[in-house]
Design a protein around this ligand. Structure first.
Ligand SMILES: C[S@@+](CC[C@H](N)C(=O)[O-])C[C@H]1O[C@@H](n2cnc3c(N)ncnc32)[C@H](O)[C@@H]1O
Length: 365
């Protein structure tokens, strides 16, 4: 067993991550309990103790509070499963206590009478989580699986199995630096399992300033190929420059839209911002009500340059924003208006409204 203290102080980017989770759970639970009669699963493979040193709730507690605190879910769950795995006995014991408090006035053991099966197991995420999902007959039904590792990721075979399960989604957090520090990675084989092959090892040949970005791009590709129709990924950056990379995989356009809404509805989290890994300017965005759309403008300009004189319609650009950036479709028109005002793009009529970049490809930086 590890000698690190349990619980531990919360990191700034964990605060922001929890804020995104809280928003997303508040959207996911009502949709799923409505559409599947509550016969769905929320699971975590790296659950933690459910609390941090100053009493902040951990992700399993946030999930339970969101589920039972919302009237819209309460009448509907008939067979909801909440399944948690952690390999540290201290986390398992403390998590049980914290969930017992969070479920009040109903005791944890009584949750089953309300249609919620809750289980916490001590074990390695692989294979314990898969077995637990089998034991509770979760396969074949929708699931949201949170895999919050310490940074080192999770074997791809588990992610692939979740991707093949109907209406299932994953939220994975990794720290690209873990893989960028190639020589220090405890086990190169672990990296091969996470990326599903040895291609990631190329990171050792890259200059140090390109390693983390390459890891992110490669991992995004790996998750998409695992079988998810849509992948949203972004970094949470704290004011010390520490990055937590979050990848969300879903098969549903609506899931993607809801996750984006969740991201942009989060209240200000002091000292933490978002970064779109695709933004050529690598700008960190404050988490605020009126988000800064400068990176979106850069991304739209790049997309328009790539299309050349043919240009793109607003609809095409909205689709591009949804699938290829961290921004929402609704943020496209204000960004286009700002680009028009600056003279960076042109609008053509008649016919479908098309935009073309005013900056020729060779002038772009
Ligand atoms: C980043 S923390 C989880 C935080 C939690 N999801 C939250 O947001 O509040 C990672 C947890 O994974 C556990 N862990 C690390 N390696 C594991 C493994 N291979 N299998 C299961 N649990 C593991 C650690 O004990 C730790 O509690």
């Amino acid at each position: 067993m590890s000698t690190n203290p349990v619980p531990w102080p919360i990191e700034p980017h964990t605060v922001a991550k929890h804020a995104v989770y809280r928003q997303y759970f508040s959207k996911w639970f009502p949709i799923m309990t409505n559409g599947w009669g509550g016969n769905v699963t929320y699971a975590e493979g790296f659950s933690g103790p459910g609390i941090y040193t100053k009493g902040e709730p951990g992700s399993p507690v946030i999930a339970l509070q969101t589920l039972i605190g919302d009237e819209r879910n309460r009448t509907r769950y008939k067979k909801m499963r909440l399944l948690f795995v952690d390999h540290d006995e201290r986390c398992v014991t403390l998590l049980r206590k914290r969930l017992e408090v969070a479920s009040q006035p109903v005791s944890l053991d009584d949750l089953a009478r309300y249609g919620i099966d809750l289980d916490i197991r001590k074990g390695q995420c692989v294979p314990t989580l898969e077995r637990l999902l089998t034991e509770y007959k979760a396969w074949g039904r929708p699931m949201l699986v949170v895999l919050d590792t310490w940074g080192g990721g999770v074997p791809l075979d588990l992610v692939r199995r979740i991707a093949k399960n109907p209406s299932s989604e994953v939220l994975i957090t990794i720290q690209p630096q873990y893989f960028a520090r190639f020589a220090e990675v405890d086990s190169i084989e672990h990296g091969d399992e996470v990326f599903g092959g040895t291609t990631w090892r190329k990171v050792s040949e890259l200059p140090s300033d390109r390693k983390a970005r390459w890891v992110i791009e490669h991992y995004r590709d790996v998750i998409r190929k695992a079988g998810f129709g849509f992948v949203l990924d972004f970094e949470l950056i704290d004011n010390r420059g520490q990055a937590l990379y979050l990848v969300f995989g879903t098969d549903h356009r609506r899931g993607l839209q809801k996750m984006k809404e969740a991201m942009w509805e989060v209240d200000d989290v002091s000292g933490v911002g978002y970064r779109d890994p695709r933004d050529p300017g690598q700008q960190t965005l404050e988490i605020v009500f009126e988000p800064n759309v400068e990176p979106l403008k850069r991304l739209l300009l790049n997309a328009l340059r790539a299309e050349g004189p043919a240009g793109c319609t607003v609809m095409q650009l909205r689709t591009f924003a949804l699938y290829r950036t961290v921004f929402k479709e609704s943020q496209v028109v204000p960004a286009l208006n700002a680009l028009l005002d600056k003279g960076a793009i042109e609008m053509s009529e008649p016919g479908p409204l098309r935009f073309t970049s005013n900056v020729r490809a060779h002038e772009s930086s």
